[in-house]
Design a protein around this ligand. Structure first.
Ligand code: BTN
Length: 291
């Protein structure tokens, strides 16, 4: 029995009758509190607040996302790590987490603050058969689902809680692969959050559990983005604070004003101008100036 198998059993059952001494020692060394009761066996009492690849794998029942998981204590940007690994032909579904990033990136080349252990900073290697905009939409729905029923989506890809930014998504296409980068603030104090972003954070006692839940949702929604995107679109529209509003968008030196209608089948936003003309807005290089 290896670490992943032992953890999978400990998560699934209240008591596990057999646990090899070496595995038990390894678990305790990693910070797990495992209680031993006569006649009953071993029980997991506490897990460490650390992302551990074996632990995440033990919690997952995904078909594709998380087939391989790597966790770094620190890296520049997980998107770049995945890009490098994709060059080495790593498989679709590879997930790279970092407990902290020194060069975390947001959209428009902004800095994404990624303090140690105060969030989920990760990237997924994908080879979608559908447009990247659909992938970003699916990912924002996945994040909103795990963030709870108060979470909303601000087009194009911010997930918010009570009007403050909770998470961001940076989808990049490089050499035929898609890199889905997600940053979710978790258990942050005010000093951990960048003031200019008007940000907030999720509170949980189980950050690794939240990570596993998010990967599970992503796995389901990634499949659905291919097979039944209309369903995701409907859920997205229900969660989105932008749809149904008069908005202004800046794309380079172009400014578009209009009424945000809905997503089309590629995940592009349809806007009705005052003239009645429908504009299809797609791309990452835009800013929502007014909502
Ligand atoms: C945004 O809202 O501007 C997108 C933020 C995306 C941040 C994540 S954190 C993990 C991954 N690595 C990065 O450098 N960026 C993304």
């Amino acid at each position: 029995m290896n670490l992943t198998e032992a953890l999978a059993q400990l998560y699934r059952h209240e008591y596990v009758t057999k646990l090899p001494a070496a595995v038990l020692a390894e678990l305790r060394q990693l910070g797990y509190v495992v209680e031993q009761r006569a006649h009953l066996g071993y029980r997991l009492v506490e897990s460490p607040d650390r992302l551990i690849a074996d632990d995440l794998r033990a919690r997952l029942k995904t078909q594709m996302i998380g087939k391989e998981i790597l966790v770094f204590e620190e890296t520049a940007s997980t998107n770049d790590v995945v890009a490098r690994l994709a060059d080495g032909h790593r498989g679709e579904g590879l997930v790279v987490f970092a407990e902290s990033q020194t060069k975390g990136r947001g959209r428009h080349g902004r800095v994404w603050s990624s303090p140690r252990g105060k969030g989920l900073w990760f990237s997924v290697l994908l080879r979608p058969r559908f447009p990247l905009t659909r992938l970003t939409v699916a990912a924002s729905v996945a994040v909103a689902r795990v963030a709870g029923k108060e979470a909303r989506i601000k087009w194009p890809n911010d997930v918010t809680l009570h009007g403050r930014k909770l998470a961001g998504i940076l989808t990049e296409a490089r050499d035929g692969v898609a890199i889905l980068g997600i940053g979710v603030n978790v258990n942050c104090q005010a000093k951990d959050l960048p003031a200019e972003l008007h940000a907030t954070s999720l509170v949980t006692e189980d950050r690794p559990g939240l990570a596993a839940e998010l990967l599970q949702e992503l796995d389901e929604l990634y499949r659905q983005a291919d097979e039944d995107f209309a369903r995701i679109s409907t859920e997205w529209a229900r969660l989105c604070t932008t749809v149904g509003k008069q908005i202004a968008i800046r794309m380079g030196d172009r400014r578009i004003e209009g009424h945000a209608q809905a997503l089309d089948e590629d995940g592009a936003l349809l806007i009705r101008r005052d003239s009645g003309k429908i504009e299809r807005i797609v791309g990452a290089d835009l800013t929502l100036e007014r909502e």
